[in-house]
Structures are given as structure tokens and as C-alpha cells.
Design a protein around this ligand. Structure first.
Ligand code: NAP
Length: 228
């Protein structure tokens, strides 16, 4: 049974995690990271653990261990990718968002992560609500992938900022800043969309919205909405 009208609900929030060189804004060279920063990788792992992560095919190819364990890896590519439970192919941005929304709701996560590379950050930046930005103090350097976005104070505020010294584990000193968008971008979605996702039940969706949805985005769901 289909609900009698289109019910809209607030969707999970998108957060980016990105490390770039200072001052050149380089994020990669020859499809790899240009530095070894163990503390930053640990932060990345802890932050994204158990969440959905969206990445481009080239970034996926660059991972030493793939898919990244304990995370739901969504990979954007125009060509199909062999899927597993932890690895899903998205042929376009709307498929990636639907997969991320569905996983996040099923797993009671209020956010998912956009983890690069250059082409993916550029396509998602307008509806990213939080950014974990690592600025790596490498000095001037060469690279072929960049993240040149400028964080404007009128649009973003800083929730936390921490400096890390160079050490035997971290090749360069770096600063980790958590930016929050002042006016968050909240996507909504018609409940019917989930018929194309992987099994979000009405009960789960209800639970998720109660925990993370804003009251004015919650609508009464059709009593007859089937398990999807
Ligand atoms: N420093 C960091 O924080 C960080 C993080 C991540 C990555 N990186 C670096 O960034 C570099 C990779 O970035 P990149 O820009 O070259 O590649 P990318 O963004 O990782 O991947 C690009 C690929 O994604 C697919 N794609 C992009 N938009 C799509 C869309 N709308 N629909 C369907 N598929 C889409 C295409 O795959 P197909 O060609 O298969 O169609 C495209 O070739 C590497 O050097 C990596 O190490 C750095």
C-alpha cells in the first residue's frame, strides 16, 4: 500500500572530512595522499566509524585497504562496481544520497560523511553542514588534486580547533578545525523514495525522526505504509 499523499521527512546531515596542504590547498598527488599523519588518520577512523561514507572511484582505488572496514562504503562511478554488504556502487549523486540516507536511518546515525576526492567535495559542498578540515603545514608543494574552498566567517563557525606537532608518527605539524555551517542545509525526502532503498521500515523511520528530525519536518505516516 502506498500512503495517500507524499510525506516529507528531514534527512541525515552531510559532513566532509578533508586534509589539505597549507598554503597550496593540495589534497593529493598521483592518486595518493602526499603525507603520513597517523594522528589525523586515527581521528578520521574514529569520526567516520560505523557511518556511511561517500567517495569518488579514484579515491576508492587509492585506499590501501578497501572497502574501509566498519563503514558503509558508497563509491561514485559511471561504471558498475561489484557490490558487497559494505560496498555499494552509486551511479550518480542522487543514488549516493539515497544509499547514505537509508543506511544512516537504519543504523540510527544522524550524519554521513563525504570523504573526497576533489570532484566529490566540489559536487557536495553546498549541502555539507559540517567539515572536519585538516590543514597540513607542508609549505609550498606540488599536487594534482585540490580543495580550494574558502571558509567564510559569515557562513561558518568553528566548534573546535586543535594543533598537532610534527612527531615520529606525523610527518608534518597540522591543525584540525571543525567547521559548522551557520544556516544548516536540510534535505527532505518523500517517504515513498525509500521504496527504492534497502528496507527502511516505518517504525525505524519514526524512531529516527523522533531522535534527529526537527518537529516541523515530521509528518504523520500512512498507517498502511509497508515494510520497505
Ligand atoms: N587529502 C584528503 O583529504 C583526500 C581525501 C580523498 C581523496 N584525496 C585525494 O584526491 C585525489 C582523488 O580525487 P579526484 O578528484 O581525482 O577523484 P575522485 O573525486 O576521488 O573520483 C573521481 C571519480 O568519481 C566518479 N564520479 C565523480 N562524480 C560522479 C558523479 N556525479 N556520478 C558518477 N560518478 C562520479 C568518476 O568515476 P569513473 O571515472 O569511474 O566514472 C570520477 O572519475 C587522490 O589524489 C586522493 O588521494 C585526498
Amino acid at each position: 500500500m502506498v500512503p495517500s499523499r507524499r510525506h516529507k521527512a528531514k534527512m541525515p546531515s552531510a559532513t566532509s572530512v578533508v586534509a589539505r596542504s597549507y598554503p597550496d590547498n593540495i589534497i593529493g598527488i598521483d592518486n595518493r595522499l602526499p603525507w603520513r599523519l597517523r594522528s589525523d588518520l586515527r581521528h578520521f577512523k574514529e569520526t567516520t566509524d560505523k557511518h556511511a561514507i561517500i567517495m569518488g572511484r579514484r579515491t576508492f582505488d587509492s585506499l590501501p585497504k578497501k572497502p574501509l572496514p566498519n563503514r558503509y562504503n558508497i563509491v561514485l562511478s559511471r561504471d558498475p562496481i561489484v557490490e558487497t554488504d559494505q560496498l555499494r556502487w552509486a551511479k550518480d549523486i542522487s543514488t549516493a544520497l539515497l544509499l547514505a540516507d537509508t543506511f544512516s536511518i537504519c543504523n540510527m546515525q544522524k550524519q554521513f560523511f563525504v570523504i573526497g576526492g576533489e570532484t566529490i567535495y566540489a559536487q557536495f559542498i553546498n549541502f555539507i553542514n559540517q567539515v572536519w578540515l585538516t590543514e597540513v603545514f607542508t609549505g609550498s608543494m606540488n599536487g594534482d588534486a585540490k580543495f580550494e574552498y574558502v571558509f567564510n566567517k559569515s557562513e561558518w563557525w568553528i566548534r573546535s580547533e586543535n594543533e598537532f606537532a610534527q612527531s615520529e608518527f606525523d610527518e608534518f605539524p597540522f591543525r584540525l578545525t571543525h567547521y559548522i555551517r551557520r544556516k544548516e542545509e536540510h534535505r527532505t525526502r518523500a517517504i515513498e523514495d525509500f521504496r527504492y532503498g534497502d528496507g527502511v521500515s516505518v517504525a525505524l523511520l519514526d524512531q529516527w525522526l523522533e531522535k534527529f528530525g526537527v518537529p516541523d519536518a515530521i509528518h504523520t505516516f500512512g498507517e498502511q505504509l509497508p515494510l520497505l
